[in-house]
Design a binder for this molecule. Structure first.
Ligand code: HEC
Ligand code: HEC
Length: 194
């Protein structure tokens, strides 16, 4: 299974690098409106289990849309949403989405002790090394600060169970030694980061 990752990665990179950045065509704008009906017009999703996409790195978005379209990341809803989308259009959509504002954490004061314990846990697992000290991501690494708590917990469990296929094996490796309870704490912490 692991051997597949380099193959996927080079196929994705080859496809994404071979296209230039086009302007937003009308069809792309129409598609964008559909996407944001679920993901949130202002970059913040209010729908359960649906990720906020504001300020996600454009390259991360392109890779994920590409993997949905080609069913490497199998989620029937998103596989259908991205069906037949051209490489140029997926890059244009990603560029537009990445410019939406970052999501905001939920209102209310977080539990300070739980935040501190989870911050230490995140640093022990080097989450900050790849996702950045403010967890804003970059390139192929997603922003996870202020992502929805329900989505963070769900997707971390899927990486751990190897049911979410990534661009590389980084997340499955990282979560190998993280317990289910710790996933809950990490999701609590990350979703409340500014
Ligand atoms: C009907 C609601 C809906 C629509 C419309 C929709 N999405 Fe999604 N999208 C989702 C859900 C739910 C997920 C989470 C999938 C999962 O559980 O892994 C998702 C996941 C994603 C992700 C992965 C983000 C991440 O952080 O992992 C991207 C990127 C994305 N969608 C982009 C788009 C684009 C681009 C469009 C329009 C072409 C679109 N979506 C339309 C519901 C929707
Ligand atoms: C070696 C680098 C690396 C480390 C360490 C790392 N990540 Fe990641 N993370 C990534 C990459 C790369 C992705 C995108 C993978 C893919 O294509 O699905 C990712 C994806 C994610 C996602 C999915 C977000 C989304 O919107 O789809 C979450 C959540 C996440 N990481 C949380 C964490 C947490 C929590 C830790 C620490 C326990 C961690 N990561 C450690 C590189 C890393």
């Amino acid at each position: 299974m692991k051997k597949l990752f380099p193959v996927i990665r080079s196929a994705v990179v080859a496809a994404l690098l071979s296209f230039t950045h086009p302007a937003l065509s009308q069809t792309v704008q129409e598609r964008l409106a559909t996407c944001l009906a679920c993901h949130g017009e202002n970059g913040q999703s209010n729908m359960p289990l649906t990720p906020s996409l504001g300020a996600q790195p454009a390259f991360f978005l392109s890779i994920q849309i590409f993997m949905f379209r080609d069913k490497i990341r199998a989620v029937p809803l998103m596989n259908q949403m991205t069906q037949g989308i051209s490489n140029n259009d997926l890059k244009a959509l990603s560029a537009a989405i990445s410019k939406l504002p970052p999501p905001q954490p939920p209102a209310g004061t977080p539990d300070a002790a739980r935040m501190d314990a989870a911050r230490t846990l995140a640093e022990q697992n080097r989450c900050n090394i790849c996702h950045g000290s403010n967890y804003a991501g970059g390139e192929n690494v997603p922003r996870i600060a202020s992502q929805r708590e329900d989505y963070l917990a769900k997707t971390l469990r899927e990486y751990k169970a190897n049911t979410r296929r990534g661009y590389d094996a980084a997340m499955a490796d990282v979560l190998h030694s993280v317990s289910d309870e710790q996933i809950g704490d990490l999701a609590y912490f990350l979703s409340r980061l500014k």
